[in-house]
Design a protein around this ligand. Structure first.
Ligand code: NOJ
Ligand code: CA
Length: 705
């Protein structure tokens, strides 16, 4: 960790508003470092920069050769999202570093490992935070790097509160810890196996993560990265004594993090900062640091809601993705028509038609079907080839009949590609798989990567898989296919460049309600953390929350009231939004389901009204295609009164709000399905006290009268 002071040669800039200040310098060993202030308070104390590779050392021996500064103020229009227009306003400082002459006493073999080397650190300072990246121009000698790590540090001023999940190269499906630097080792010990922190005995965490200072007016600081491409994901090694963090690049199995050919620019390291928690939620900094849309004609990209043959397999009712249980008994069987159906396979023609009927009746655009194709038995078998065939439906899934049936009902089937992490094989099948989709009228696919990556036991977030994800999304765009990826490298705003990447899972989703449950606080922290990278396929809309309802033997319960599930459509915005429950459960509560029918998935404006990480979020959003507004409010496991100030409404206009709220005796634990629906007249002067039950929420549809 760095202990250096800025010299007279330091360079710096302020953000457009002047509230953020950045300083950059090199120390006596020629090591570049930076610091960040917000409203005159230090946010990041002097912190090192640089990158280490086998061939060239980019951490020391530099001096500042020149700087370039520019102010940029422009806007862009996302294909979908929380806002119709996004302002991209920043001051940029490019610090061009060049190799120092060898100092007296320095080992020349080390100091001039690559004579003449140069590196630019490009900083963009916005009013809501900082982004910076390393750029390596073509070098005089070596242009191939075997990257071992980064020196990038984020040093803080005190024992802040951290909201984070354990470091792990393969999964981010964890509950968040709320701890401090000093409490982190204990917090990480509470997670089971699988964590990198546990494997190394270290204190490694993942981004996106959030910090909160202990000041009277606390600062909220979000750390992540933007535009992750051609490079591994960044974890953070935490120094719990010094209160600092250092980049930890995900390595491959050989311990190498990245193989680069220069010129190359790394992803942006991002720091969003504010003394108002709502600003963290509203920030578009990560998207702003991504490249503009790479797809010329985006007319085929359509935000949607969907239902799916999915929750049936999670309820503990013994339903399976696989068609048969036979396979284990008959190794070598390849003709699936010879297998005995197990009778517990919901991805069958008749059942899928029921979902299509339901979707059609309620104006839901899509129907996802999981378990439709050959391969699930192979995955379960001892052979573990983990090979799925993406153009081979099971005998009881009639592709032709369903294609025509869905068409006749005005519904789109959504493809499912579980790869079981056999990414290499998926690449081999990709064109055939996408062509099969097009031939059968599918234009969206949910992909999945459960298990250890094939080949080479690569990690889910290493460079190879980051490249794989981009290859798949670009190829999908060629076929005009939209993607919702599960178990892929967590999002870093690439959906701006590839808006056909509608959603990702990349966090602990709603499915865990059947596997231990998600406490109400979980969805009060995800928007501050995971969602800073992009929308999540969280799968809201669970109306039947008690697992014993599905199966007497099964215990457990979702950490939510029914009304809160409706609010999640606002607090967890996504252009691809599931209504996850069984159609029969929606038929039991048709008046509540009306909200899911009505709620849009694309917005022209968003206003965060109240927010505190892990505790509550209240947000208002305006429909992209009408003048209607919607409000969602959620709380943790404590009852709360949300204060909703309707000044976001246009002045002088009358609106009517339909409020879906927890009944007075509702409670996520004992009375989750107690809700009420009422209507009230509202205008821009209305201030409403909206009660929320423990683990509860409220959802509102606000229509102009
Ligand atoms: C894990 C995914 O998150 C889940 O949504 C999916 O149903 C299963 N894998 C099976 O592919
Ligand atoms: Ca998953």
């Amino acid at each position: 960790m760095l202990t250096a002071a800025f010299s007279a040669a330091a360079v710096g800039i302020s953000s457009p508003s002047g509230e953020l200040t950045l300083n950059v310098d090199v120390d006596a060993q020629g090591r570049p470092f930076y610091s960040l202030d917000y409203k005159g308070t230090q946010v990041i104390t002097p912190s090192l920069l640089g990158l280490t590779s086998d061939e060239t050392d980019y951490t020391r021996g530099f001096s500042i050769a020149s700087v370039d500064t520019v102010t940029v103020d422009r806007s862009w229009e996302p294909v979908w999202g929380e806002y119709a227009t996004v302002r991209d306003h920043f001051k940029e400082l490019a610090v061009n570093l060049a190799e120092n002459p060898i100092a007296a006493g320095e080992d020349p073999a080390q100091a001039s490992k690559q004579p003449g080397r140069t590196m630019t650190v490009r900083f963009r300072l916005f009013d809501d935070g900082l982004g910076f990246r390393y750029e390596f121009p073509v070098q005089p000698r070596n242009n191939y790097l075997t990257v071992r790590g980064e020196n990038t540090e984020f040093n803080f001023t005190g024992d802040h509160t951290l909201y984070c999940i354990p470091g792990d190269y393969d999964t981010d499906e964890y509950l968040f810890s709320e701890t401090t630097f000093s409490g982190l080792p204990d917090a990480l010990n509470n997670y089971g196996r699988h964590t990198e922190a546990q494997r190394t005995g270290g204190t490694t965490i993942q981004t996106p993560m959030l910090l909160k200072t202990a000041d009277a007016t606390p600062l909220y600081i979000s750390l992540h990265e933007a535009a992750l491409a051609g490079y591994p994901a960044m974890l953070l090694d935490v120094d719990t004594e010094a209160k600092g963090m250092k980049a930890h690049l995900v390595p491959d199995r050989l311990g190498v993090s990245a193989y680069l050919q220069l010129p190359f620019a790394t992803p942006w390291r991002t720091v969003i900062v504010s003394d108002d928690a709502r600003d963290i939620l509203a920030s578009q900094l990560v998207l702003n640091l991504n490249e503009p849309c790479a797809i010329e004609d985006t007319s085929w990209i359509k935000p949607m809601k969907f239902v799916g043959v999915w929750w049936e397999m999670f309820t503990g009712n013994q339903k399976t993705w696989a068609y048969s249980d036979d396979y284990l008994a008959k190794p070598g069987v390849t003709d699936y028509t010879t297998l005995t159906p197990n009778g517990r396979h919901p991805a069958n023609t008749e059942n899928v038609k029921k979902y299509i009927d339901f979707a059609s009746k309620h104006g839901i655009e899509g129907v996802l079907v999981e378990g439709w194709n050959e391969g699930w038995e192979d995955w379960a078998s001892y052979r573990k080839n983990r090979q799925f065939l993406f153009d081979k439906p099971y005998p009881d899934f009639d592709v032709d009949e369903l294609r025509e049936y869905a068409k006749s009902k005005g519904v789109k089937l959504i493809m499912h590609h579980e790869t079981a992490a056999n990414a290499a094989d998926y690449e081999r099948q990709l064109d055939r798989a996408f062509q099969f989709m097009k031939d059968n009228n599918y234009d969206a696919v949910k992909t999945g990567y459960v298990g250890a990556i094939i080949p080479r036991s690569e990690h889910h977030t290493s460079q190879w898989m980051v490249d794989h994800a981009r290859h798949v999304i670009e190829r999908a765009a060629d076929y005009q296919i939209m993607i919702d990826s599960h178990e892929a490298p967590r999002p870093t705003g690439l959906c701006r460049t590839y808006p056909n990447w509608l959603a990702q899972e990349s966090a602990r989703g709603g499915e865990f309600e059947s596997m231990g449950g998600n406490p109400p606080s979980h969805t009060c922290i995800l928007p501050f953390t995971r969602l800073k990278g992009g929308p999540m396929d969280y799968t809201p809309g669970l109306f039947e929350t008690r697992m014993s309802y599905y199966n007497e033997g099964k215990t457990g319960q979702a950490g939510t009231t029914l009304a809160r599930q409706l609010a999640l459509y606002l607090t967890m915005p996504s252009p691809m939004q599931m209504a996850c429950d069984l159609p029969e459960n929606y038929e039991r509560f048709p008046d509540a389901f009306q909200f899911i029918e009505d709620v849009p998935v694309d917005w022209s404006d968003s206003r965060y009204l109240e927010a505190e990480p892990n505790h509550y979020i209240t947000v208002a959003r305006r429909d992209k295609h009408s003048e209607d507004w919607y409000v969602g409010a959620i709380t943790d496991d404590k009852a709360r009164t949300a204060l909703i100030d309707f000044s976001f409404l246009p002045k002088g206009e009358k609106f009517e709000a339909t409020i879906y709220e927890d009944a007075p005796d509702a409670d996520w634990k004992d009375n989750p399905q107690a809700y009420r629906i009422r209507t009230v007249k509202v205008d821009s002067k209305t201030k409403l006290k909206q009660p929320l039950a423990p683990g509860g929420g409220a959802a509102m549809r606000i229509v102009k009268k």
